[in-house]
Design a binder for this molecule. Sequence first.
Ligand SMILES: *Cc1c(COP(=O)(O)O)cnc(C)c1O
Length: 514
Amino acid sequence: MHPIAQLDHRYLWHPFTQMRDWFKREPIIIMEAKAAVLTDVHGREYLDANASIWTNLHGHRIPAINAAIRRQAGRIAHSSALGFASEPAALLGERLIGMSNPATLYKKREVEGVPFTNPKLARVFYSDNGSTAMEVALKLAYECARRSRRSLKPRFLSLAGAYHGDTVGAVSLGHIDLFHKTYAGLLFDSDQVMAPYCYRCPFNRAQPERADARSYRQCQWECLDCLAKKLATARRRGNPYAGWVFEPGMQGAAGMIPQPEGWLARAAALARADGALLIADEIMTGFGRLGSGLEAGARSKGAVPHYFASHLEGVQPDFLCLAKGLAGGYMPMAATLTTASVFDAFLGEYEEFKSFFHGHSFTGNQLGSAAGMACMGILNSPKCLENRLRIERVLRQELASLWCLPQVGDIRQAGVVAGVELVRDWRTRQPFELKERAGIRVCEAMAKLGVLTRPIGNVIPFIFPYCITPQQIAQAVAALGRAIAATFEGHSGAGARTTKPASPAHKKGGAKKL
Ligand SMILES: *Cc1c(COP(=O)(O)O)cnc(C)c1O
């Protein structure tokens, strides 16, 4: 075993990892990278098909980003935002406010005949990771509800399957039992409401087809009725929700679950009408991941691309939570953007003690802000937009080739992000049990083919750096196809089989390892 692997095995503890499994094999040791390709300690190359856990925006070792970090390091790496201002943090703040208030959101709007006004985002509060960006929104919304006397015991509503991070407040907003149940005793209560998951929706009366379940769903938006009911019940009980928390466009860690067109606009209108603050978790979806709302060439005609998933449905939240790609995946950096009205609730004389008593040592980090500025510069370029439009198109074409596999139940893409849900047989939608490690086995097979991504249960995500080439996208999708075929070899999936067929992995004793 490589000496670094030995050190790792001896001293480290990896996140979201059963370490007993970890010790069974030599880890891939990533030594360097260029653009979308990672290189390990033996010189083997891998495609970074999940953008290094969804963080990397433009690719690795991009000269403009490296230069910005180097330039900043030549001046100062970090100074305290508790008491002092800094140039990169101020510049990035201006940039973020500019990108997050597109003029189209402020034209006269209505949703199903009801007029709808969007607030403006006016302030940036920095922190250093996604969970803390959520904590900030949570605390601010909590205190706003109390100060406005909307609620003296503020409660929050979030979506089923939600994941908003791993700190205690963020976990309290989450609803993935596997991660969150253990800590129930440590958490505050929050309510959940049905999320649109068309492929497995009890209200979707459509039989499975070889297409994204959103495209053939048969329902009456019952999920929105559930939301309306939740909001009304809390109100009737005299404690309306302080905030409604959602991942706009697509729920990430829930399994790359995209929302059908029109869901977010309608859901946001319900929450607005109720008076709850809208807390958008765009930690995965932000910075163009879900598309720009533009067709190829539209920009040359003066159209402006959207950078945030909320905006694709004409929704402006009261809190826009950003992290992951904010500094391109180079530095830990996060921001919670909010409105003047939230900000004003914390203004007062010193002795009123209305300040927001919250802040992390690395708030507004200068290196991170400088990297963020370089990343936003690239993101705003016409070339990057063309790349993103091309990724969207090529990925859609390539993924279509997977429908012939019986273990592919749903292929769902939003913008440049996609999830492929594996099932025992597409005709029954019957899921693999978690302990079968279907997603893990497929990703291990993909790694052998030189493509790295991390499964979410039975869902295989693709989320690429924007510098990825069409050939590399084809390579990634082909690897997934081959990995599925190899992993489930012998599972013909023929017929609407509901009994559990023995897989070759089981025959070879793979089951013992489960
Ligand atoms: C990753 C993620 C988080 C948590 O961010 P961390 O930086 O890992 O704390 C929260 N919400 C969403 C949607 C995410 O994808």
